[in-house]
Write a protein that binds this ligand. Structure first.
Ligand code: C5P
Length: 219
């Protein structure tokens, strides 16, 4: 690991879950802890990069020398990401577990208990990384894919469909990796190659992934 791999580069990372309000006291979210994104932010800063970390609601301290922007909803994460990409960045890493859908309407007041069955209508959220990868100021774009089956083929599909430069994929069907764990194992795929990063701490995995990104970015 070289400490000047990303000197002079601006790296942007999304991390954590998003929170989609149903009413003033309820929301939809997921189990993302944000640990992988925060570990990557720390590793990128150690590699000399200027780092912007766009974080959903997580209980993690901000790594040293990292500029953190807190967001709540997917729409806020999307707008913040677009603003940062518009201003210019070199590498964009999307680790956030963005909610795929949000309630179509957010009630102004707490929804009251009433009938036996009620319905919640959802609408699709914008795909942040796909928008970043199609931007005219497109940075080197790296996605994540957490899968429980056919891990590699689903990841390859996302690499192509979202027009990414690289995708890091992990199998979250086991309990020793991925969501909320301190460890992770990744298969990193790019057009024309791949590398397996075997089970290690998220901090070690982050350093290896940052090194791989820096090498591919230079190419
Ligand atoms: O399609 P899927 O959600 O599995 O793709 C995962 C990748 O896409 C991750 O890098 C995630 O951060 C990103 N993503 C995003 N915006 C969304 C959904 C996913 O940036 N609305």
């Amino acid at each position: 690991f070289h400490y000047d791999l990303l000197t002079g580069r601006h790296v942007v990372i999304t991390a954590g879950p998003t929170r989609e309000p149903i009413d003033p006291v309820r929301y939809l979210t997921n189990k993302s802890s944000g640990k992988m994104g925060f570990a990557l932010a720390e590793a990128a800063a150690e590699a000399g990069a200027r780092v912007t970390l766009i974080a959903g609601p997580v209980a993690l301290p901000t790594p040293e020398r990292v500029q953190r922007i807190d967001v709540v909803r997917a729409q806020d994460m999307y707008q913040t990401s677009m603003d940062v990409v518009e201003q210019g960045c070199d590498v964009f890493i999307a680790t956030a577990a963005v909610a795929d859908y949000r309630p179509t309407v957010t009630a102004d007041h707490k929804i009251k208990k009433s009938t036996e069955e009620i319905h919640l209508t959802l609408v699709k959220n914008p795909d942040i990384i796909a928008a970043v990868a199609s931007h005219d100021k497109r940075p080197f774009t790296v996605g994540f894919a957490a899968e429980t089956q056919d891990v590699i083929s689903y990841a390859q599909g996302k690499l192509t469909n979202k027009k990414l430069d690289m995708i890091a994929t992990n199998d979250v069907s086991g309990s020793n990796v991925g969501f909320n764990s301190d460890n992770n194992a990744l298969t990193v795929i790019w057009p024309g190659g791949h590398k397996v990063l075997p089970l290690a701490s998220k901090r070690q995995i982050a350093k290896q992934l940052i090194e791989l990104i820096a090498i591919r970015y230079k190419d």
